[in-house]
Design a protein around this ligand. Structure first.
Ligand code: HEM
Length: 389
């Protein structure tokens, strides 16, 4: 009798999503060592957990594609760089890529970020502040709102939109359908963003795409929303994770004494806790990966958290090593054609947040009792990082 998949992939077959949510490190390492490409019924498909095989899959958009109707963000927000491949993808991405170049970002955002961090910290209580909600979250929302130049749209409104999209995506993932009210909220938001672009109340990049006619108005509205959606929870998580790693390991003092350690510390935090854990692809053909054949049309989840802690690539993979020489080889921003377009801006936001806090509070006191470690199935971050100074 032929073996069924649970016989072939006994570790993957037993995994539950709960195991992946809180402290998934042990089970991920076991998978990485023994079933680097495995079948996980809990995820409804295949999962790759070793770094080399993850990189192979991410770089191969011919065999592993994002262009599939089951891709939930695409189903909610429409066509964009997120769910296209090849020339079509290059067209969408190429319109926005120049505005995300480091030199352009430094020119447009260096001073803004310093001032914004300073103003957020001025509103914090030195005798007890929760840094995710007081610093990381607002900085993420305010920065992308400014990037898109949406005049007359408040940060509260952007945050409400964000929650509407997130809810629609969760409903589609969990229940297989989007509630009418959620879809209505998403449509309203796209409409409002389009209106701002039509009335020239948006950033130069959006106005010039509109004027050139390179994207139809509805698609351009969707593209702006994709940027907004991509930049909120991820940046909040990235900053909160760095704060948590620096404060909970006592590395804050080290960085305060030598700021040149900060850049690598941020990469090391990205490695240990990628704010977005999974990226999904669909096999276009029967595709071999690490000796396993993934049948055409089946889903492959690339586990970035597992790849970043692959013991074959990173020594003592679960430790926060502030000067780890290869920390930057993490895959938290993905490799290949869909690598994160916002990676420079995210790093600038994080650097500004930590430097601003270091200036104000070189001797920060971490409240371990009230703080929580990073957790989450798809998005990982600490719920609370309480400090005083
Ligand atoms: C300013 C902030 C950000 C913006 C505007 C942004 C935007 C985007 C966009 C538009 C893409 C799609 C690129 C493409 O398909 O060609 C993308 C990809 C991605 N981003 Fe970001 N992002 C931001 C921050 C982050 C952060 C902080 C993380 C995690 C630490 C992250 C993780 C990812 C991942 C994992 C992908 C790959 C998705 C895939 O391949 O399916 N992003 N980002």
């Amino acid at each position: 009798m032929p073996l069924d998949r649970s016989d072939l992939y006994p570790l993957g077959a037993q995994v539950t999503t709960e195991q992946f949510t809180d402290q998934p490190y042990e089970v991920l390492e076991e998978l990485c060592r023994n079933e680097p490409v495995s079948w996980l019924p809990a995820l409804g498909g295949w999962m790759v957990s070793s770094r080399d095989l993850a990189v192979e899959a991410m770089r191969d958009d011919v065999r592993f594609t994002v262009d599939d109707p089951r891709f939930t963000t695409g189903a909610i927000l429409g066509i964009s760089m997120l769910n296209t491949e090849g020339e079509e993808h290059q067209k969408h991405r190429g319109l926005f890529a120049p505005s995300f170049r480091p030199g352009v970002l430094r020119r447009d955002f260096d001073d803004y970020l310093k001032a914004e961090v300073s103003s957020l910290l001025a509103g914090c209580d030195p005798s007890g502040t929760e840094l995710r909600t007081q610093l990381a979250g607002p900085l993420a929302v305010n920065t992308i709102t400014r990037f898109l130049g949406l005049e007359g749209v408040s940060s509260e409104q952007v945050l409400e939109w964000y929650h509407n999209i997130a809810k629609a995506i969760t409903d589609l993932t969990v229940e297989g359908r989007v509630h009418g009210a959620d879809q209505h909220a998403v449509n309203q938001m796209k409409h409002r963003v389009r209106e701002a672009i039509d009335n020239d109340q948006a950033a130069e990049v959006l106005r010039s795409i509109k004027d050139s006619g390179a994207l139809p108005p509805d698609v351009l509205g969707g593209a702006a929303v994709v940027l907004m959606f991509g930049a909120i929870e991820t940046v909040e998580g990235m900053i909160a994770n760095v704060l948590w790693h620096l404060c909970s390991t006592n590395s804050w003092r080290q960085v305060a004494a030598d700021r040149s350690l900060l850049s690598n510390a941020i990469e090391e935090s990205l490695r240990l806790e990628p704010a977005a854990t999974f990226v999904d692809r669909y096999a276009t053909t029967d595709a071999e990966l690490g000796g396993v054949v993934i049948p055409a049309r089946e889903k492959l989840s690339i586990n970035l958290l597992a790849a970043n802690r692959d013991p074959a690539h990173f020594e003592n993979p679960h430790e926060f090593v502030i000067e780890r020489p290869n920390a930057k080889q993490h895959v938290s921003f993905v490799q290949g054609p869909h690598g994160c377009i916002g990676n420079h801006l995210s790093r600038m936001e994080t650097m500004a947040a930590i430097e601003g806090l270091l200036d104000r509070a070189p001797e920060i006191v971490f409240d371990a009792e009230r703080s929580t470690s990073p957790e989450g199935l798809i998005f990982r971050k600490p719920e609370n990082v309480w400090v005083s100074w």
